[in-house]
Design a binder for this molecule. Structure first.
Ligand code: NAI
Length: 505
């Protein structure tokens, strides 16, 4: 299905943060754009704001001055809905309220041509519900941009039960023509990104609640080891706890209280206190003038690691072996089950069991568990935890080895799955369930998480890199440790492991 021709009139309703950004994107792509807002003067004000953004692009050399004028000339603020009658595509970005949006679409049906596409930028309402009761529900589709719309590449093209596949295909192609990276999603709570991203926040919040480490350490691990741009605490401080908590509650409620999506009491308390993050000067961190960000915890060893023994293949951790060698450590390889021996210490990648439990069950002395890193050859930090009976000197030898390989070492309490590993396993689990339930394809879900929330790797591709069997083992062990359905593994992961296929089949 072809994209809308660039001479097709686009109408954007709601001239707030999102509407203005969407209008800018459409005008930059060549469309004549009308902007309407029921707040008098808001549409004209938004057009002035867009011009300011364009002027900045000219200053940065990203846009020619002549282009700025052409784009500006395409933007037209209007005072009435009736003025939108000639639109071929209407995108609404008004208040997030089902009844108000339904009433608007119903009015637009009477004003616009029969083939006009009615798109909603809603991030949480059902496209199926929005279309219900309309004359032409097949023309209603979600076109979910991310904030700020001119900068964020992702657009979720959301189909409700009645959406005509040709309409969804046209919006997909149009988003592409506008320079975006669209993905198809079925209208289910949170669509793709706001659903699959929940564990990113939830696991850090839980680790904090259970005393694994402090915020600064957990954030540093997600960044320096996991490769995420921000950790969950600094990110939710930026988003605003009111907004982030509301999204979690809405997804949790929409899934009838499924524990996978359970909101956190830790975050609720911040909301209750009015500590909403950067915008109020206080969230997990304080933002007052002169207040310094707390530093992540770090273990130091004065010991010198000269040699270690690698037993068997370390799987996803294998690049660490080369890194150890390049750091001047004499590495001896022998058969075994994926362990590193240094001095008295035994190091292993976490499998989702507590270090103390695994040490006892597998008969491993002085066990030190390592967390997942996005890339063990370039990570700058790693989390470790250790068994209750691991001696201080064995732990020190493990720290010395990792330190010599150039890694900062952050110790966390003995909780199952460490930090990055359990978060990524849960992200992959949610992504797998979304594939299983037909919310989106595996490729689209991975793309959505990279383009919509800047993850360094799609969760499903990441699980494949860790190994489906290991990811599943981590989830099974987490579920066993907590005894909660929150950690139940997706059937898709289990099926994939059983038949030896990939998640992208
Ligand atoms: P906003 O509050 O900045 O802007 C909404 C605008 O709509 C206001 O200017 C308001 O006067 C206008 N408006 C409200 N009711 C109207 C009506 N009946 N007719 C015409 N204009 C009306 O809100 P924002 O953040 O731009 O969000 C708009 C929509 O986009 C919501 O559905 C929201 O869920 C969705 N969204 C928001 C994102 C965000 O990060 N802010 C991200 C993606 C989607």
């Amino acid at each position: 299905m072809a994209a809308l021709a660039s001479n097709v009139q686009v109408a954007v309703i709601g001239a707030g943060a999102m509407g203005a950004g969407i209008a800018q994107v459409a005008a930059q792509a060549g469309h004549p754009v009308k902007l309407y807002d029921n707040r008098p003067g808001a549409a004209a004000q938004a057009v002035t704001g867009i011009d300011r953004q364009l002027a900045r692009l000219v200053d940065k050399g990203k846009l020619l001055a002549a282009e700025r004028e052409t784009i500006n000339a395409r933007l037209c603020p209007v005072d009435t809905l009736e003025a939108l009658a000639d639109a071929g595509l209407v995108i609404e970005a008004i208040v997030e309220n089902l009844q108000v949006k339904q009433a608007l679409f119903s009015q637009l049906e009477t004003l616009c041509a029969a083939d006009c596409i009615l798109a909603s930028n809603t991030s949480s309402l059902s496209i199926t519900s929005l279309a219900a009761g309309l004359e032409r529900p097949q023309h209603v589709v979600g076109m979910h941009f991310f904030n700020p719309a001119p900068l964020m590449a992702l657009v979720e093209v959301v189909s409700g039960l009645a959406t005509d596949p040709a309409v969804a295909a046209c919006i997909y192609a149009t988003a592409q023509a506008w320079g975006k990276q669209p993905v198809h999603a079925r209208s289910t709570p949170g669509f793709i990104v706001n659903r699959v991203a929940r564990p990113f926040y939830a696991e850090s919040l839980r680790l904090l609640q259970e005393g694994a480490a402090d915020c600064a350490s957990l954030d540093a691990l997600m960044r320096d080891s996991g490769g995420f741009r921000m950790g969950a605490f600094e990110l939710t401080d930026l988003i605003g706890h009111d907004v982030n908590y509301a999204v979690t509650c809405s997804v949790f409620d929409a899934f009838y209280g499924d524990f996978r999506f359970q909101p956190s009491l830790v975050q609720k308390e911040l909301v209750d206190a009015g500590h909403l993050g950067r915008k109020t000067g206080q969230g997990f961190y304080r933002y007052a003038e002169g207040v310094e960000r707390p530093q992540p915890a770090e273990l130091h060893s004065s010991a010198c690691a000269e040699a270690c023994v690698v037993e068997g293949n370390l799987g996803v951790m294998q690049p660490l072996v080369e890194r150890l060698r390049q750091s001047g450590i004499a590495v001896t390889q022998r058969a075994g089950s994926g362990l590193i021996q240094v001095g008295d210490a035994t190091l292993a990648l976490s499998d989702g069991r507590l270090a103390s439990q695994r040490a006892r069950e597998d008969g491993l002395r002085n066990l030190v568990l390592l967390d997942l890193a996005l890339d063990y050859s370039s990570a700058t930090r790693i989390a470790i935890s250790w068994s209750a009976d691991t001696s201080d000197s064995a732990r020190d030898q493990a720290v010395a080895l990792l330190q010599r390989a150039g890694l900062k070492v952050t110790g966390v309490a003995d909780l199952p799955g460490l930090v990055v590993l359990r978060t990524v396993a849960m992200l992959a689990n949610e992504a797998a369930d979304a594939v299983l339930q037909g919310v989106g394809s595996a490729a689209d879900i991975d793309l959505a998480m990279r383009a919509g929330v800047n993850y360094p790797c799609g969760p499903l591709a990441w699980a494949a890199n860790i190994g489906i069997a290991h990811t599943l083992r981590v989830l099974d062990n987490l579920q066993c440790s907590y005894g909660e359905s929150r950690y139940r593994p997706s059937l898709l992961l289990r099926r994939c492991e059983a038949k030896g296929g990939t998640l992208h089949d």
